[in-house]
Design a protein around this ligand. Structure first.
Ligand SMILES: [Zn+2]
Length: 199
């Protein structure tokens, strides 16, 4: 039998992680070996349990262990401002800024004809239903400053035409083509506090 590198399997899995190349994977593999068996078990257990139990909030589609996410369950938050994002990871980026105290709605992506992402594949009808309930005074479109983000914002604005709400978008300062969840907290905080009416 051919002798196998005992770390091949671990390294193969670790290189699946974003921005982890062979060298970093090897370093991480040795790090795991330096932990006790109990610590490695705990690490794997939490990863598997989280993946197994994560669901989407039935109201806003944020990730959650319960039918309603921690944002929707928090009645201290401003129930009349809704921030629309493409993905749950952007909620985490915005929450880090402590600038926004309203509610969220996750679309599940952005309109992109090139990638075959059509409006009916996003949670837009759910968004319109929430807005038509009359609960919200302001809707912030916190979408990436990319072609897809702009297309989606224009589409949403046309869907919401005639609704008695103010539609705003993030202020410039976010670099064009940037990802909201990669923006530093200060830039994102300024983009939120300086938001302007969507035209
Ligand atoms: Zn929620």
């Amino acid at each position: 039998m051919e002798e196998q590198n005992p770390l091949t399997g671990v390294i193969e899995q670790l290189t699946k992680l974003p921005s982890i190349g062979q060298k970093s994977a090897q370093r991480l593999a040795f790090f795991f070996l330096s932990l006790s068996k109990a610590e490695v078990n705990q690490f794997a257990k939490i990863l598997v349990e989280t993946r197994e139990n994560i669901k989407y909030c039935t109201t806003c589609f944020n990730i959650s262990f319960t039918p309603q996410c921690m944002v929707c369950c928090d009645f201290e938050r401003n129930q009349s401002i809704l921030c629309v994002v493409a993905q749950p990871k952007e909620i985490f980026a915005i929450e880090r800024t402590h600038e926004f105290k309203g509610l969220y709605h996750v679309l599940g992506g952005l309109i992109s004809p090139i990638d075959g992402m059509q409006p009916d594949m996003l949670r837009i009808s759910e968004l319109i239903l929430r807005i038509k309930s009359g609960q919200f005074k302001e809707v912030i479109l916190a979408l990436n400053p990319t072609v897809e983000g702009e297309t989606t914002a224009l589409y949403l604005a046309s869907c919401l035409k005639g609704c008695p709400i103010s539609i705003t978008k993030l202020a410039y300062g976010l670099p064009v083509g940037a990802d909201i969840d990669y923006a530093d907290d200060m830039t994102l905080q300024k983009a939120l506090s300086g938001r302007r009416t969507f035209e």
